[in-house]
Design a protein around this ligand. Sequence first.
Ligand code: GDP
Ligand code: IMO
Ligand code: MG
Length: 425
Amino acid sequence: MTITAVVGAQFGDEGKGRVVDYLAREADLVVRYQGGDNAGHTVVNDRGTFRLHLIPAGIFNPQTACLVGTGTVVNPATLLVEMDELQKAGVSLDNLWLSDRAQVVMPYHRTLDGLEEKSRGDAKIGTTGRGIGPAYSDKAARSGVRLGDLLRSDWLRERLSLILPRVNRSLEFFGEPTLNLESLISQCAEWGETLGARIVDPVPLTRGAVEGGKNILLEGQLGVMRDIDWGTYPFVTSSHPIAAYAAVGAGIPPRLVTNVIGVAKAYATAVGAGPFPAELHDETGAKLREIGHEYGATTGRPRRTGWYDAVVVRYGAWINGMTGLALTKLDVLDTFPEIKICTAYRLPDGRTIDHVPDTPVLDTIEPIYETWPGWMTPTTGARSWDQLPQAARKYLKRLEEVSGVRIQYVSVGPERDEMFAVKDS
Ligand code: GDP
Ligand code: IMO
Ligand code: MG
């Protein structure tokens, strides 16, 4: 039995979807443990190209049970669209389950996300507009609706009667029309009817898998630098992408999580506002964006691009307790004659630090780089460590050294088979 958390080692969009799709061939259960449809997890395999938002990337393996876990926030409307797209592509959803404890992203959460962002003006976070912040805020305020509530009409009415006046006060504050209890209740009842058969108590499923010695993957959303406590607060999401939360969000005892795979790009990207230390504002950055197709999977926004920031990955390796790295998008660097790695930060007073400081300090640092020669030859055909050009192997060895964690997998293209495990290198 292995229980493996797959987490983002940077600012999100590292390729978690493709890594989970690859590893799920051997998995009995995959659980998405946090976040909502702000995620865009791209999977390219023999079934087609998919942008998953909530459904675990194990869904392509019919033997793998897929659970949208308790730590997530679920928008039933967008989930139904995602389910429909998969079904149309012939992907079976027979093994898709939703935790009855997961929070519901209500239509007013999306409205409030947009209104709150607008009210922040220049200080906006750059959220995906999917209602994630307001949904997690309501969860913490004990004013949330959970998926299981959609199946219990009296309880739902009681809950919404209590919650709605609070929501309406917020809407009134922004000068928006207020909502009607009966129409919300009927919307929820409709969702309950459509999704009801999949909404389950997750504990028998997860406990059964653990006690049966099964292989379990815990799929994270976003990355360490957008963690609500450990990321660039306030330019973060409203949950915990880090591995510690995998246990909470999936409902599995923390000591049973045996492996933590951090997914990192061979360079770096970010969407949204806030410090991004190794960012490139020049032609090299534009070249990374074009070759890497760095446009948001959920919002289509151009992603900010930069060099690999080993300070960030080393920090992520520690906070997550990573046991290995999956290094993605190596092929994107194939045509760069020089490649840089950020290894430390210089503070305004001239001192250097090699850890990630709090946001206001991070905003003032200057990245310190070392430069490596590129390999200037295609890597997409490589299926083993030995098939990589020597300069690429040297680059990866250096990344391993400065990141403080072993590279366990390398991916050289978006397709499922364009990834390989690194044996003894
Ligand atoms: P996630 O949110 O962490 O799952 O990552 P995204 O799906 O948002 O972004 C990763 C993008 O890179 C997707 O478009 C993937 O298809 C693509 N991708 C993943 N691995 C590789 C790779 O090794 N090479 C190339 N060229 N593209 C990759
Ligand atoms: P995956 O799982 C990249 C970013 C937003 C914004 C911040 C908060 O595909 O890696 P939110 O909507 O969560 O309140 O936005 O987080 N963000 C992502 N960036 N990939 C994602 O998901 C993201 N989900 C949210 O751009 O900076
Ligand atoms: Mg993504």
